[in-house]
Design a protein around this ligand. Sequence first.
Ligand code: AMP
Ligand code: MG
Length: 334
Amino acid sequence: MLVFKLWFLGVTLACLGSCQSQEPFDTKETRFLLGTIVEFTVFHHDEDLALYAIQQAVAEMQNVEHQFTVHGDAANSVQAFNRASVGQKVFLDIEVEQLLQQSISIHHQTHGAFDPTLGNLIQKWGFSSDNKPSKPLDLNTIRSALAASGVEYVQRDEKYTWSKKKEDLNLDFGAIAKGLAIDKGVESLKHAGIKHAIINAGGDMRILGNHGGKPWKVGIRHPRRTKALGWLPVSDDVSIVTSGDYERYFMYEGNRYHHIIDPSTGLPSSVSMSVTVSAPTATIADALSTAMFILGFEKGLPLIENLVGVEALWVDAKQKVHMSSGMQSWVNIE
Ligand code: AMP
Ligand code: MG
């Protein structure tokens, strides 16, 4: 009898142990990548697998950063293109060619608001440089830097081989490459067998699956207050990206100068304080959040309403909130 009781106890304990380890839980890791803090949350019962998947995702994201950064001395094909002279043929990485082609089509789709050829001007504004600017550029500098931009001056000579038709034209993928990095990171999580996770790169995120059968809760930052503006219940596979005038900026004579540049003026765009976009991929959400910031609610809304699986929320220059129809029935305003 005693033997049976001990056996029974043993089986019960073993079951308890294994039953417990089958319960999924959050494994969290943070890294500094792409100039921001990236938080990985993986909901899975096997911590070793979760950590392995995160490590794979980090490597993918570092790779994207290395391929696209225009800062530092990364010997990448974007910097080779930027240094090249007019007509000089430059071999672009396959991922760079693909993102450039996608960027050019988003440029046309957004009536020019999104422009991957603004690199020269963006560099002169210097919001991403080590020495943060404290004074606006003078209008002559803006005019000449704007003259060195335009997607029509970027030419595909043959597969992967591109040249510029304007001197000093520089590419800048700062408004879209973070999204691509998030997408590549999520692809490697999926490849490792992860079904429920979030990659959050400084507020730009892609969300997978759910959190124990319940939707993940995603906060939307208010551009001027510390308290969140609202939150979204999110499940399956959705990306949510915000562009805001509070991310990189300085104040000069009472005016705010920030890093999102209106290609039609060369100045920081002043119609929005922040725009949050949800889309099927972080690449698209990232590019569109920047474009919608510049277009503003009135010009941007018809475009968003025409795109399947894309929603947007604008906080305009007067802090008034505007939303696409799908966002209105989805968001919880606090
Ligand atoms: P985001 O935070 O995604 O809105 O991207 C802002 C970054 O994108 C800036 O730091 C610039 O590198 C770049 N950028 C600024 N204005 C534009 C624009 N009109 N089109 C494309 N990229 C831009
Ligand atoms: Mg963006």
